[in-house]
Ligand binder design. Sequence first.
Ligand SMILES: C[S@@+](CC[C@H](N)C(=O)[O-])C[C@H]1O[C@@H](n2cnc3c(N)ncnc32)[C@H](O)[C@@H]1O
Length: 337
Amino acid sequence: MFSAPNATPATAAHVSVLLDEVLAGLNLRAGGRYLDGTLGLGGHSAALMERTQGRAWLCGIDRDPQALERAAARLAPYAGHCRLFASEYASFPAALDALGWEHIDGALLDLGVSSLQLDVTERGFSLRGNAPLDMRMDMGTLSRKDREPWLESAWTVVNHADIHDLRRIIEMYGEDPQAKRIARAIVEARQSTPIETTGQLADIVSQAYPAHWRAEARSHPATRTFQAIRMAVNDELGQLERFLDAILPRLAVGGRLAVISFHSLEDRLVKQRFRTWSTDCLCPPHLPRCMCGHHAEARLITKKPVVPGREELRDNPRSGSARLRIVEKLPPYKELS
Ligand SMILES: C[S@@+](CC[C@H](N)C(=O)[O-])C[C@H]1O[C@@H](n2cnc3c(N)ncnc32)[C@H](O)[C@@H]1O
């Protein structure tokens, strides 16, 4: 049985999700070129290198400078075969171009936050502790000139978003039925002085909940609001959409893309895109013959999302909402003559 190198002291906190399933699904081969767009602490990538006896080539991307440093240490035994980039994964074509890689044999996205981000209280991702409102995965190291100023950090969202945007973010990304009450409570609270810390925000959201909801909640009432603000600050769905727009032309024929998502909106985006890629005709079903001329560009390797088994759930409760989907690029369509 393959055992993942998850136990080095620097990386003990993050357990890579669906590791065996990802490694098997990517159809790895020695000499193959692979992209890990969410390197994190390098768990999946180190296992990929180990499985290919260090003979694969890796382009690793993360926008979190702390994660990148840890991943570099973990990948040190394979340094000659790994190039790491401090960047957003939506910009992956620039990284591949820098390496002179026209095509890759596989790509992985393991979305969301790492344990490192959650566990370092000062970064403001977590409800535990009391830290400045931040939540920027890139810690302010990357340019955000195309973003609206109020989306700069958790602080700017909480203190400057208008009530409609706040409600929309909490409703859409947090899927919180109390979004309207929470948005109103935040706007009222910030009228006297700005909301500065995660603790203050958690209390405001908690108090906005009706008492019986609060009493019956299985997790902290602010969990969904924190997730929503994090997704907005880091443009998580926008990144995924732009990545999916660009990845297919950069996959070699037979190359595979694996995506692990933790949020229903992410999983829906991936599922829909994979379905479009793997369908021959996209015409409405009532048309008697195909008018669109679309041909499948990929085939589904996972017909249904792969989810963690009982053992993984027991060992790593954070894997609970993970969904893995994989596609493989097909050769270009040829008309029969
Ligand atoms: C769940 S962790 C990945 C863990 C990794 N697979 C492992 O086994 O150690 C997700 C990582 O993706 C990074 N990330 C999320 N969105 C990103 C984006 N748009 N561009 C670059 N990195 C991103 C986060 O900073 C975080 O380090």
